[in-house]
Design a protein around this ligand. Structure first.
Ligand SMILES: *[C@@H]1O[C@H](CO)[C@@H](O)[C@H](O)[C@H]1NC(C)=O
Ligand SMILES: *[C@@H]1O[C@H](CO)[C@@H](O)[C@H](O)[C@H]1NC(C)=O
Ligand SMILES: *[C@@H]1O[C@H](CO)[C@@H](O)[C@H](O)[C@H]1NC(C)=O
Ligand SMILES: *[C@@H]1O[C@H](CO)[C@@H](O)[C@H](O)[C@H]1NC(C)=O
Ligand SMILES: *[C@@H]1O[C@H](CO)[C@@H](O)[C@H](O)[C@H]1NC(C)=O
Ligand SMILES: *[C@@H]1O[C@H](CO)[C@@H](O)[C@H](O)[C@H]1NC(C)=O
Ligand SMILES: *[C@@H]1O[C@H](CO)[C@@H](O)[C@H](O)[C@H]1NC(C)=O
Ligand SMILES: *[C@@H]1O[C@H](CO)[C@@H](O)[C@H](O)[C@H]1NC(C)=O
Ligand SMILES: *[C@@H]1O[C@H](CO)[C@@H](O)[C@H](O)[C@H]1NC(C)=O
Ligand SMILES: *[C@@H]1O[C@H](CO)[C@@H](O)[C@H](O)[C@H]1NC(C)=O
Ligand SMILES: *[C@@H]1O[C@H](CO)[C@@H](O)[C@H](O)[C@H]1NC(C)=O
Ligand SMILES: *[C@@H]1O[C@H](CO)[C@@H](O)[C@H](O)[C@H]1NC(C)=O
Ligand SMILES: [Cu+2]
Length: 566
């Protein structure tokens, strides 16, 4: 045996040992290089921030209960963080991602190896940037397959396809964001919605790139629909085809047959599509649901094509589906309110029944006075938003670090359990004095294992509209919702404690309320916020700290050694 051959055998042995070590730990590794790449849409080219140059970014595939590592390298020009939306990360908020909540941002040139711990999630989730508005183009799907040897609670589909809804601006996103911050008004609306990164046939310079789903007749397809749009709840439908919802937010639902869905930013909805119609091309389409009176919205429609593979004479143009009107609050709330957990006598859901911690949070759009009334909000004011009248301000180091290392002066622990002012939250005309919130960085501390009921109450301050509220580190049961003011005597009688849906994002309907329940069994620091990006930027956010339990298994794990510094 020659020396060279011996050397390469040793090398191969070395690789095998390394590979073995990785497998011992059972951790699959992925690399996410965040960088600027030019992309052309709507007849113009701009640099966008991407992961690995891809838009939408790479899809992560895991099995239920896996732990993986993603090495995030920031080769872009901006601070960045990556959030694994809907992944509960038991006892390990260190990798959760929201900037200045659980970590300082990964600065340009820096790296962070994020451990992602899956537990009870199964179905579709997604990942996205969680720093300023960088998530506009930095997002991708997470597909959580059933554990090996188990299967879906429905017949195995012929194929599975992520359908990621997004939003596109011709201008640079940072420019848009900076202008939005300075102006104090609403942000400019997008120039297009997208399906898997493509605007579709109804926009200029887009037709040749329209996303096409090639299908065979007589099969069932699983569409994993994700709303990654920055600012809008969307309606989605497929011409001539009813679809069957089977899951939301990585939790199965009772099959729900419908001709459209409403999907909030942050939410995922898994649907089955049966290809049982006449051979041909059919549009799938998405457009806005916008409920705030007088607020501008992007009135365009994005499309993709469902194309039957067999031979036929295609009609000149595919048919468009009927979608509810842009302001059809009933259509949105009706769909969302129809979701049910896949529970039965043999598989009951574990809805907390004995509530130890009762909370009620108002979610409001507000205004701050602006010197010389020169801002772009109503009457020259600066638009803002709040939870229980506190407009959240990000601290300068992350709350998790401050909590873990007992650093004082970073946040307060006086977040109110109930609204500080009681008024007719959803009245037509509300006194202007109620519009101005306080500013603060307050957290709500929850005891380990407490059973929490949280009533989210929308208000008609400044602009009554829907608020898709998302909580990190948890899924919650949506036990009830309604229009108007929550009635503590009457409304709980209508709660669904049998098969409520388990979600991580719930759209609180315009001038209405939603009640959620969860057990605080995941210690750590967990962000809660509206997933409409402008509302998040305006302060419609707060933070929970869930204390450690007494057993070691109920306690926060130590931080990784490469946590980005501030
Ligand atoms: C926003 O819209 C205004 C008015 O149409 C326009 O002047 C401005 O350039 C836009 N800004 C961006 C960042 O698109
Ligand atoms: C879809 O469902 C609606 C309402 O249930 C029904 O009227 C319609 O015929 C169905 N369409 C197809 C293509 O099955
Ligand atoms: C939005 O578009 C629809 C047709 O797609 C049109 O009927 C409607 O008038 C438009 N609304 C606005 C506010 O431009
Ligand atoms: C398509 O149309 C042509 C001419 O009308 C006809 O000869 C042909 O049979 C059609 N093909 C199919 C698959 O229907
Ligand atoms: C929806 O908007 C149309 C005009 O675009 C208006 O006539 C209608 O009253 C609105 N519906 C609701 C529920 O606000
Ligand atoms: C919505 O539903 C309510 C009753 O649930 C009804 O009073 C109202 O007219 C509906 N609005 C529209 C636009 O359909
Ligand atoms: C949705 O609307 C349908 C038809 O109007 C009605 O039967 C159903 O009760 C509504 N569901 C919800 C959750 O409001
Ligand atoms: C409900 O919880 C309280 C503590 O929060 C406890 O004292 C009580 O025994 C519980 N009741 C039931 C029926 O579990
Ligand atoms: C604007 O100011 C006028 C006069 O003070 C007041 O009547 C009106 O309600 C204000 N509008 C808003 C939206 O704040
Ligand atoms: C609250 O305001 C709503 C909408 O204007 C009105 O219908 C309702 O009667 C008011 N409730 C009370 C208690 O004043
Ligand atoms: C938390 O609740 C779980 C299940 O309800 C129970 O097994 C566990 O002992 C509790 N832990 C603590 C520290 O209370
Ligand atoms: C990036 O993050 C660092 C650390 O928190 C901070 O000091 C800096 O101001 C941030 N840069 C920008 C442009 O936000
Ligand atoms: Cu909101």
């Amino acid at each position: 045996m020659s020396l060279i051959m011996k050397f390469s055998v040793l090398q191969i042995l070395g690789l095998l040992i390394l590979d073995g070590l990785l497998h011992c730990q059972g951790l699959a590794r992925h690399t996410f290089v965040v960088k600027d790449v030019p992309y052309t849409r709507l007849c113009s080219t701009k640099n966008i921030l991407t992961v690995n140059g891809q838009f939408p970014g790479p899809t992560l595939h895991v099995n239920k209960g896996d732990t993986i590592v993603v090495d995030v390298l920031n080769k872009g020009n901006y601070n960045i963080t990556i959030h694994w939306h809907g992944v509960k990360q038991p006892r390990y908020p260190w990798s959760d991602g929201p900037e200045y909540i659980t970590q300082c941002p990964i600065q340009p040139g820096q790296k962070f190896s994020q451990k992602i711990i899956f537990s009870s999630e199964e179905g579709t989730l997604w990942w996205h940037a969680h720093s300023d508005w960088t998530r506009a183009t930095v997002y991708g799907a997470i597909i959580i397959h059933p554990k090996k040897g188990t299967s879906y609670p429905f017949p195995k589909p012929h194929a599975e396809v992520p359908i990621i809804l997004g939003e596109w601006w011709k201008k640079d996103i940072m420019e848009l964001y900076n202008e939005f911050r300075e102006s104090g008004g609403d942000p400019n609306v997008s120039d297009a919605y997208t399906i898997n990164g493509q605007p579709g046939d109804l926009y200029p310079c887009s037709k040749s790139e329209t996303f096409k789903l090639m299908v065979d007749y007589g099969k069932t397809y699983l569409l994993r629909i994700i709303n990654a749009a920055l600012q809008d709840i969307l309606f989605f439908a497929i011409a001539k085809h009813n679809i069957t919802v089977v899951g939301t937010d990585a939790s199965y639902t009772k099959p729900l047959k419908t001709d459209y869905i409403a999907i909030s930013p942050g939410q995922t909805i898994d649907v089955l599509l049966e290809t049982n119609q006449a051979l041909g091309d059919y549009y799938m389409a998405a457009k806005v649901y916008s409920s705030a009176n007088g607020v501008l919205y992007d009135n365009t429609t994005t499309t993709a094509i469902v194309h039957y593979n067999q031979n036929y004479n295609a009609s000149s143009r595919p048919q468009l589906p009927n979608l509810p009107s842009y302001n059809d609050t009933n259509a949105s709330a009706n769909f969302t309110g129809s979701l049910r957990s896949l529970a039965d006598d043999n598989h009951p859901v574990h809805v907390p029944l004995n509530i130890s911690t009762q909370l009620m949070f108002t979610v409001s759009v507000n205004t701050f006075p602006c010197s010389t009334n020169s801002c772009q909000g109503p009457n020259g004011s600066r638009l803002a938003a709040s939870v229980n009248n506190i407009s959240f301000e990000l601290p300068s180091i992350d709350i998790l670090q401050a909590y873990y290392n007992h650093i004082s002066g970073v946040y307060g622990d006086q977040f109110p359990s109930f609204p500080p002012f009681i008024f007719n939250f959803t009245a037509e005309d509300l006194p202007l004095a109620l519009e101005t919130p306080k500013r603060g960085t307050e957290v709500k501390v929850l005891e380990y294992n407490s059973t929490v009921e949280l009533v989210l109450q929308g208000t008609n301050l400044a602009a009554g509209t829907d608020h898709p509220i998302h909580i990190h580190g948890y899924s919650f049961y949506v036990v009830g919702w309604g229009f108007g003011n929550f009635d503590k005597d009457k409304d709980p009688l209508g709660y669904n404690l049998v098969d409520p849906p388990l979600q991580n994002t719930i759209a609180v309907p315009k001038n209405g309320w939603a009640t959620i329940r969860f057990k605080a069994d995941n210690p750590g620091v967990w962000f809660m916020h509206c997933h409409l990006e402008r509302h998040l930027s305006w302060g419609m956010d707060m933070t929970f700290i869930v204390k450690n339990g007494s057993n070691p298994e109920a306690q926060l794990l130590p931080p990784p050694s490469d946590l980005p510094p501030c």
